[in-house]
Design a protein around this ligand. Structure first.
Ligand SMILES: [Zn+2]
Length: 124
């Protein structure tokens, strides 16, 4: 059974890639971010790390699109070699996304706003 997308998560990213995998890309790593089992709550990377998957939040839609534009379909071919420019572009896009998440999270913490309330206030 598929797990429904939480209201605070970006629907197009949900079950595709999680924030932890994105952060790994932002650090210049290339990780297996696939969700292998439909009933599993964890992606391959989080399973390996023994960590909880964190969904990508809804407010980074633009950054998420930029990340996919950078990554294209390169990462789907595990064996394929990427050149340095491609690696840098992916790393930058993932880092930019993570940065927005960090800033927004700290803003929500400072204002004492619950992420779900924040999502509702922003009209999603
Ligand atoms: Zn994960």
């Amino acid at each position: 059974m598929l797990i429904p997308c939480p209201p605070t998560a970006l629907p197009e990213a949900f079950w595709v890639i999680c924030l932890r995998s994105m952060q790994a890309f932002g650090r210049g790593r290339r990780v297996i971010f696939k969700f292998n089992k439909l009933n599993s709550k964890k992606c391959a990377y989080c399973t390996l790390q023994n960590e909880k998957c964190i969904p990508i939040p809804w407010y980074v839609r633009e950054e998420y699109a930029a990340f996919w534009a950078a990554i294209d379909d390169l990462v789907l071919e595990e064996e394929e070699e990427m050149d340095l420019e491609e690696i840098i572009a992916i790393k930058r896009a993932a880092y930019a996304l993570d940065n927005v998440v960090r800033v927004t999270t700290s803003m929500m913490k400072e204002s004492g706003t619950d992420p779900l309330v924040f999502a509702l206030l922003e009209g999603i």
